[in-house]
Design a protein around this ligand. Structure first.
Ligand code: IMP
Length: 429
């Protein structure tokens, strides 16, 4: 396959980082197409740990080009830090390998401030990452946003910033009764960003189309997960972008036909950070055990993730929404010590059974998950390298997931290391 899209099929944190690292070895170009610094991926280089929020981890490969696409909302403060860290470790010596679309919207200090104020003052918190994502996408839609191409032009930037600050400061001062932001402070802070961005700004649409004409291999890297999608997720407990594969086209500037294979990244249980419904959540000791074994703490905010059983109702919907061709089943080893393992096959609301998630949020909260229970395997599977190395019960669990969601497993991950990965289908092959 020439081009592969990778998306999360649950509430994010499915382990996309590990699989993207693997797949980036086969790709010439990696493109982020939505989200921003709300995503996070920890990379260990020798004794150093780097958390990348914006730059695709493929930047660590020698020849891969990485693109921050137009669908991303980009925080220059985060980007500068990541670039410096990478350069300090000897990576990214060639600026041309990191490209940012001129159309990418910039996260401004007032976006982060408004995100924090809204969360701290509102009775119904979303539990955002506080990275200014929602307010930045709001401005994009209301046509007030500042794009990279605007920021690098000093005059345009000043004009747009002035117009924005008038409104934002009115809101900050009058509604939130907080300190306004000063234009001169922002202009000063952003001067080095302007210079940095000039080195990376590219017509990435044109670059990608030329690359496709030359049959280069492209990996489209999704962030978050299907049920955080602004349209198809558990609204309003969602992020502010479309996270499903359909957004690859709009967020990267390629036609839908450019993507040949969609890989869905799927934990073999379920986790969620932030507020919102979670039918299969285990608030008791079983959930705590999953959190402990699976090290379920957010890479961006460090918050503990809520944990629960595998929810086939959600993943079935995600498979349809993104046209998933194969699943990468993640963190299967986290279930090693459970006596029995449950899979939610349906929801019950009142007396009725449902195969699909409900539309109304209040119904989501009323869902009673209907479980099938399977025997656990009670042994470590981290050394399995082929499907045949897995215990019979593990295989049965995998087969049942495949049956319930209607798509085959392409990859099975049995541990955090690169070696603990069983490749059944390489999407790039
Ligand atoms: P925002 O994207 O910061 O506005 O947060 C909105 C919701 O999406 C919150 O529930 C966050 O916890 C969740 N969220 C955002 N990014 C991620 C992610 O990368 N992984 C998991 N959850 C996320």
């Amino acid at each position: 396959m020439a081009n592969v899209g990778v998306v999360g099929v649950q509430w994010g944190d499915e382990g996309k980082g590990k699989i993207i690292d693997y797949l980036s070895g086969f790709a010439d170009i990696i493109v982020r197409f939505q989200g921003g610094a709300n995503a996070g991926h920890t990379i260990v280089i020798g004794d150093k740990k780097v958390i990348l929020h914006l730059i695709p981890s493929g930047i660590l490969r020698e020849k891969t080009y990485c693109i921050i696409g137009n669908g991303v909302v980009m925080d220059p403060e985060v980007l500068e830090k990541e670039i410096e860290e990478l350069k300090g470790l000897g990576y990214l010596q060639d600026d041309r390998r990191l490209m940012i679309s001129g159309y990418t919207h910039v996260i401004m200090p007032y976006h982060k401030k408004l995100d924090a104020l809204k969360e701290s003052r509102s009775a119904k918190k979303i539990g955002t990452t506080g990275r200014g994502i929602g307010p930045a996408y709001e401005d994009r839609v209301s046509r007030m946003g500042i794009r990279v191409v605007d920021l690098i032009d000093r005059k345009v930037f000043r004009e747009k910033l002035k117009a924005n600050l008038e409104i934002k400061n009115f809101l900050i001062r009058r509604y939130y009764k907080d300190e306004p932001l000063m234009i001169r402070d922002i202009l000063k802070k952003f001067e080095p960003y302007r210079k940095m961005l000039k080195r990376h700004v590219t017509d990435s649409t044109s670059f990608l189309h030329k690359a496709m004409a030359k049959k280069k291999k492209i990996l489209f890297e999704g962030a978050q997960g299907t049920f955080l999608d602004i349209d198809h997720g558990t609204y309003p407990y969602v992020t502010s972008s479309n996270t499903i594969a359909g957004n690859i086209s709009a967020g990267a500037g390629v036609p839908p036909s450019a993507v040949d294979y969609i890989l869905g990244i799927c934990k073999t249980y379920t986790t969620r950070v932030g507020e919102g419904p979670f039918p299969t959540e285990l608030p008791g000791p079983e959930g705590e055990l999953m959190r402990k074994i699976g090290d379920e703490y957010g890479a961006t905010t460090g918050r503990p993730r809520r944990c629960g059983w595998f929810d086939a109702v959600l993943v079935r919907r995600a498979v349809k929404l993104s046209g998933i061709n194969g699943l990468s089943l993640m963190k299967l080893d986290v279930l090693d010590s459970f006596d029995t393992i449950k899979i939610c096959t349906h929801y019950k609301i009142g007396k009725r059974l449902y195969e699909e998630p409900p539309m109304a949020l209040q119904d989501f909260y009323r869902c009673e998950p209907q479980y099938e229970e399977m025997p656990g395997w009670k042994t470590s599977i981290k050394d399995a390298r082929r499907l045949e190395d897995l215990p019979e019960q593990t295989l049965r669990y995998i087969r049942r997931i495949e049956e319930l969601v209607g798509v085959p497993a392409a990859i099975v991950s049995t541990g955090p290391d690169r070696e603990s990965t069983i490749i059944l289908t390489n999407p790039f092959a």
